[in-house]
Design a protein around this ligand. Sequence first.
Ligand code: CP
Length: 304
Amino acid sequence: MRHLMSPLDFTPEELDRLFDLANDIEHNPAKYAHACDGKILATCFYEPSTRTRLSFESAMIRLGGRVLGFSDAASSSASKGESVSDTIRIISCYADICAMRHPKEGAPMVASEKSHIPVINAGDGGHQHPTQTLTDLLTIRSLKGRLHSFTIGLCGDLKFGRTVHSLIGALIRYANVQFVFISPEELRVPDYITELLREKNIPFREVIRLEEVMPDLDLLYMTRVQKERFFNEEDYVRLKDFYILNAAKLELARKDMLVLHPLPRVNEISVEVDEDPRAAYFKQAQYGVYVRMALILTLLESCR
Ligand code: CP
């Protein structure tokens, strides 16, 4: 039985098979409409979510299965002090697979150690967000046709952004990927990541101004400055609108650059950008359903 804690839990070859399956699901949905008849997905969300929770639920329903769960720790027995380990033992009695989001780094890992069903890390604190990374990789592969040989700019909150940390970790396994980290000094990508890139001789640059690097990018991955991870309001207010991508800035970009964003956005992408053909973030959310369908099938298969 397999769990998913990090995108690195899958080899690049396994990821290729997962993405092939996701693309097949996209083009032949009827073929998979009863693939999970009789199966139950539990969504245990101790932190707010729109996309991850609902796309998992949509994925399971589209596969013919059913869903149960909670969307708020306050409505679960965590509010009475129940541990994640005890909760997953109980969930294992009620469901066949579980997607868990938790504010504490490592909580889904702790759950997986006591679980009798596959556990999927649906985001743990500022650490990892593997299913967002699978979504990002599927989007890039589907729209660019490859997962190698490009320059990606990651912009915004690179310090706390778990989607960024997961995506960098996944992309370093592909050839000729160059990174440009665009952030204010206070929100720089953590040292452990830059050290890893140096160790592996993977080219990267760190800059503050987005305009300076825009013409060099094949992909621009925008991120939200995450209010919930700041220790004081003053710092958040000072940094929250540091980057706002608008039509004028997009003029500097290549005609085939793609703009990605894990969403939700606040102000970092102006709504006028939504109409630009390079804006791929809503398509990205759609790919999130296909890849989660493929993931559910793959992990349930591992239980046979
Ligand atoms: N991208 C993402 O994780 O969105 P939610 O927080 O809405 O799930």
